[in-house]
Ligand binder design. Structure first.
Ligand SMILES: [Zn+2]
Length: 205
């Protein structure tokens, strides 16, 4: 469960980062990481449209550069975007300067006040620097849709087991998650709606 729902001590490493929003409202926040890509992102957008749900896409700058039309579709269809670095950097060990440059490079393409570090790993110095400019949006539920060891049903079960009021939920619009996402995303949305959850917008002001 340490992966699916990050424990308290891990959250405490990042003071001021956002993991869960209003605990008193039956509302969740859907987020999609690692896109945009032509094979998956348009399908996700169609699914979200069919339920009239808005989500937040944490985009990789390199993908935005490669697929500007797909990126434009996300914006045009009313969703939020966030910075997920230019080249999906990860690791505590990178220099803060290198990491910051990579985030800045993505910012020239994305221009959002929301930032999510890939894998939740970044140099601590950089975390504190980035907080001055960005709202750092982490997560309350990781569906593990990217994992080869998971089935679509397993991904859905993560959503069912760990979601609670205010949860920020992570899916991936990536090739790694595609085979599971096709079933798990609509099934999860149906279940969330049946439980009475609404779908909120992350404050990016
Ligand atoms: Zn990522």
């Amino acid at each position: 469960m340490f992966i699916e729902q990050p424990p308290f001590f891990f959250r405490m490493l990042f003071p001021g980062a956002c993991w869960r929003i209003d605990k008193s409202r039956k509302q969740v926040y859907l987020t999609f990481d690692d896109g945009p890509i032509p094979e998956v992102t348009p399908w996700v957008l169609d699914v979200l449209d069919s339920y009239q749900i808005k989500a937040c896409f944490f985009c990789v700058g390199d993908n935005v550069k490669k697929y500007p039309d797909i990126y434009r579709m996300i914006i045009d269809r009313g969703h939020q975007v966030g910075n997920h670095t230019y080249s999906h950097l990860h690791g505590w060990m990178l220099s803060a300067e290198k990491y910051q440059r990579n985030v800045d490079e993505a910012d020239t393409l994305i221009g959002s006040r929301l930032f999510r570090p890939p894998h939740g790993h970044l140099p601590m110095k950089c975390f504190f620097q980035l907080k001055a400019t960005y709202k750092v949006i982490m997560w309350d539920v990781v569906t593990r849709d990217y994992s080869k060891r998971m089935t679509a049903k397993g991904v859905f079960n993560v959503v069912r087991r760990y979601t609670r009021p205010g949860s920020i939920i992570v899916f991936h619009d990536s090739m790694r998650s595609w085979s599971r996402l096709q079933t798990a995303l609509p099934k999860s949305i149906e279940w969330l709606k049946a439980q009475g959850y609404s779908f909120g917008r992350i404050d990016d002001e």
